[in-house]
Design a protein around this ligand. Structure first.
Ligand SMILES: [Zn+2]
Length: 168
């Protein structure tokens, strides 16, 4: 995969600001281009993040922390590279931020094809709370669109869904 400098597209939609992150999050990533957020809600679309390195993550966390608590933050279309961070780094998203969708990767042993299904909050999963355990429903296999064999989940589910657990 060739190097792709991060770009951030922003779009205003009523009281929402939509930010689309595209490319690699690394030491050159400049989040200051976002500026002060004047909307009540910010939707961060992560679909096109291809990779994150440790210095990039550090910059990301500084930026995320700079968003005032009064602004509701949502993470949408989280790819595997982001879910991995959500699982290992509690500060990757603000405490109250909601993950509204994330991808579940599948792999075909027969032909090597990789794919993913997007899981949606409210429909496919809900986070754990102090009172209720997290809920998640998903297919353990899906048909391969290349060869027709069964594709299996390409992650360790227990680890991958860890970020949905309630953290006090
Ligand atoms: Zn296949």
């Amino acid at each position: 995969m060739s190097s792709e400098v991060l770009s951030i597209e922003s779009e205003e939609d009523g009281d929402r600001l939509i930010l689309r992150f595209i490319g690699e999050i690394d030491e050159t990533s400049d989040f200051s281009v976002v500026g002060d957020i004047k909307k009540k809600k910010v939707i961060i679309d992560l679909a096109r993040i291809v990779s994150l390195n440790s210095l990039g993550i550090r910059n990301w966390v500084f930026w995320i922390r700079s968003i005032p608590d009064s602004i509701r933050v949502e993470f949408t279309n989280s790819p595997r590279v982001v879910v991995d961070q959500l699982n290992v780094l509690q500060g990757f998203k603000p405490m109250d931020a909601v993950v509204t969708s994330f991808e579940l990767p599948y792999f075909c042993d027969a032909c090597g094809f990789e794919s993913a299904l997007m899981l949606h909050r409210g429909k496919d999963y809900s986070e754990g709370t102090a009172d209720v355990r997290e809920q998640i429903t998903y297919k353990s296999s899906i048909p391969c669109t290349k060869c027709g064999e069964d594709m299996e989940i390409d992650v360790l589910e227990k680890k991958y869904f860890h970020f949905l657990k309630y953290r006090s």
